[in-house]
Design a protein around this ligand. Structure first.
Ligand code: AMP
Length: 191
């Protein structure tokens, strides 16, 4: 299984990524988590990424692409993976296509979680209180929604055209959303 999990910031990607990846026995690869770990450890990659993250901007494609390329090449990802938060730009889509094609495989599905915008902001403000993430202030939260709308939302159309898009209602209980994702993936035509 090679899956992409998409959706705006606050849609619950991280939570769902863990469940779905566990179910299929594949690693959940979260670019946001990898960046945060690097920031936490003060690595050169972390130092490079931090300013962008704190401002709610995307880390430059070259940096992000290289990081994903290295992560996908690790042995636990040879049978598949779930990408959480990547690709987010058109250039990242092209790069991912190359990475996957080079291994003779293909992406099986791009799951997009849909959630209404006001609920998103509320969820993120809630998370700001519990997790204390540096990029969860209201201004940055709103900016991240704008960046998503401008740079990432158009990718939904790309995967729809390829017949890979699986749209899932991300509103409501975490368990219900998980059940919807599994139901939608089981309905996928098998190649
Ligand atoms: P996330 O945890 O997925 O919300 O990501 C947190 C932050 O990490 C984002 O706001 C970006 O600054 C950065 N980031 C994560 N994934 C990507 C990506 N695919 N491309 C560029 N920046 C990213």
């Amino acid at each position: 299984m090679r899956l992409i999990l998409m959706g705006p910031p606050g849609a619950g990607k991280g939570t769902q990524a863990t469940f779905v990846a566990q179910h299929f026995g594949i690693p959940a690869i979260s670019t946001g988590d990898i960046f945060r770990a690097n920031v936490g450890q003060g690595t050169p990659l972390g130092l490079e990424a931090q300013t962008f993250m704190d401002a709610g901007e995307y880390v430059p494609d070259e940096v992000t692409n290289k990081m994903v390329r290295n992560r996908i090449a690790e042995s636990d990802a040879t049978e598949g993976f779930l990408l959480d938060g990547y690709p987010r730009t058109t250039a990242q889509v092209a790069e991912l296509d190359q990475m996957v094609e080079a291994t003779g495989h293909q992406i099986d599905a791009a799951v997009v979680l849909t959630v209404n915008e006001e609920e998103l902001v509320q969820r993120l403000l809630q998370r700001a209180q519990t997790d204390g993430r540096a990029d969860d202030t209201e201004d940055v939260i709103r900016h991240r929604q704008t960046v998503y709308a401008e740079q990432t939302e158009p990718l939904i159309g790309v995967y729809r055209e390829r017949g890979l898009l699986v749209e899932v209602d991300g509103m409501g209980d975490v368990d219900d959303v998980t059940a919807r994702i599994f139901a939608a993936l089981n309905d996928l035509p098998r190649s």
